[in-house]
Design a protein around this ligand. Structure first.
Ligand SMILES: Cc1cc2nc3c(=O)[nH]c(=O)nc-3n(C[C@H](O)[C@H](O)[C@H](O)COP(=O)(O)OP(=O)(O)OC[C@H]3O[C@@H](n4cnc5c(N)ncnc54)[C@H](O)[C@@H]3O)c2cc1C
Length: 428
């Protein structure tokens, strides 16, 4: 028996009941004379252990059908009356030679493929060229026909298409089952997914089911030229270092990437691809949760993620009142205003404007970094911008290492003159 209640020690205090997240413990009367070892018949599914007692006593009984052996009850029991014996699960290594190709989970909302899917396909295409393999999109939903060409034009060689009315919108359980089944059947070498609310919820479940590693929130992906494995780079230790993570023994190698970290490839309308339709038993589409409604978020936040131009300010702005300078420049350019965490933490700008590791990831056509030093946690949120203009009085500021154009000077002089010049030029 992997979990046992030692009856002599159990006082029926019920602490274990509170600790059990799976509602698997009951305090029940142990009738007189019930005996040694597991006091239930084999297969009954209830666990306790101990000597017989002369009187009926209230003791903990564990329902093995509900217990997951998570161990939460063990430290909760003050009387050391619960024992768990975990035999380490034998994990057989998959034969990695059987796994081929790069897959992208193509997220859709209300039947429309999301832009993160195209960004991941673009990156997958680049990686596939190094591995000399194909790129496939997994597309789950209903009535998705009109989106298929776009996925192919953006880099997919194959689309695994699963359509049914029950799965029109994302639900954790059916989507997880479908993706797990497809992975088991086709064995992709790499599986990429957006680090979106949907992607994060889905892919962690999939990773657990197929016993694969998962690197979340990658900011860089590459292929090791010799070993041909995926190099997954992401900030670690609070963003103080960039760690490159590998999954050499298990497949698929799985990673999530935030929206706007990678660029989609230019759509190529001459590309051809194969659509592989898959269908499953009704049980696969079942869900214990029910989707009642989808309510569109009222956008109270600045739409930084979609802005073509962003003018961001950091601690160098000196105070909240000086963000007016940035707003004027942003107004002249039709830009959104962003901020570094230092500016947000100082209460100069609301969090919704924060760019960086713990804020938004952005990739506008032009990013102005004003009075921002360029620490790694800021850079990971904006370094994919096409043009970066840095304004800083310190010529050694790290922001200049990523800047396309650097202006060394006092922002209180530089910003107003830029605003003036842009206003004049754009008027013409
Ligand atoms: C776990 C973790 C997560 C984080 N997440 C984020 C995040 O999401 N986003 C983020 O931005 N940071 C984040 N940070 C914080 C990050 O490490 C930096 O502290 C922060 O980015 C610094 O902000 P800053 O560049 O505005 O300030 P500073 O580093 O203080 O730089 C201010 C700059 O302004 C310049 N300056 C001053 N006065 C003037 C002037 N008059 N004219 C021109 N230039 C001037 C200075 O030369 C300096 O380079 C995170 C940190 C950790 C540990």
């Amino acid at each position: 028996m992997p979990i046992q209640v030692i009856v002599e020690k159990c006082t029926g205090c019920m602490l274990c009941i509170k600790a059990c997240p799976f509602d698997a413990i009951r305090i029940m009367d142990r009738p007189e004379g019930r005996g040694l070892a597991s006091d239930r018949p084999e297969g009954h599914g209830l666990a306790s252990f101990g000597q017989s007692h002369s009187q009926s006593q209230k003791k903990a009984i564990i329902d093995l059908n509900k217990c997951t052996l998570c161990g939460a009850c063990v430290p909760a029991c003050k009387f050391k009356a619960i024992l768990i014996e975990k035999t380490p699960e034998k994990c057989s290594l998959p034969d990695i030679k059987d796994y081929k190709g790069i897959w992208v989970f193509a997220e859709q909302k209300l039947g429309k493929a999301q832009s993160v899917s195209y960004e991941l396909l673009g990156k997958a295409r680049e990686l596939a060229d190094k591995l000399k393999c194909q790129v496939s999109a997994v597309f789950i939903g209903h009535n998705l026909k009109d989106q298929l060409d776009e996925l192919i034009w953006h880099g997919a060689d194959n689309i695994y298409l699963v359509e049914a009315p029950e799965i029109a919108n994302f639900q954790d359980e059916p989507y997880t089952r479908i993706l797990v089944e497809l992975v088991k059947k086709y064995k992709p070498e790499i599986l990429l997914c957006g680090a979106t609310a949907i992607g994060r919820s889905l892919i962690s479940r999939v990773a657990i089911k197929i016993k694969a590693g998962l690197t979340a929130d990658c900011t860089g992906l590459d292929i090791d030229p010799e070993k041909k494995i995926l190099l997954q780079t992401r900030p670690a230790f609070g963003g103080n270092i960039m760690a490159t993570i590998i999954s050499p023994n298990y497949r698929p190698q799985m990673a999530t990437v935030r929206h706007k970290v990678f660029q989609p490839m230019q759509p190529d309308k001459h590309r051809k691809g194969k659509v592989i339709k898959e269908a499953f038993d009704a049980a696969v589409y079942e869900s214990r949760t029910k989707l009642l409604d989808i309510v569109e978020e009222v956008e109270t936040l600045v739409n930084l993620a979609e802005a073509d131009i962003i003018v961001s300010g950091g601690r160098g702005m000196g105070g909240p009142e000086n963000f007016k300078l940035l707003e004027e420049l942003a107004h002249a350019l039709g830009a959104a205003v962003g901020a570094s965490r230092a500016a947000v933490d100082s209460g100069w700008m609301p969090y919704s404007h924060q760019v960086g590791q713990t804020g938004r990831t952005v990739a506008p056509k032009i990013y102005f970094a004003c009075g921002i030093s360029g620490q790694i946690q800021h850079l990971v949120g904006m370094q994919s911008s096409k043009i970066i203009v840095a304004i800083n009085k310190d010529p050694e500021a790290p922001i200049f290492k990523v800047a396309t154009y650097g202006i060394v000077g006092d922002l209180f002089q530089v910003i107003p003159s830029l605003t003036k010049k842009f206003k004049e030029t754009l008027k013409k």
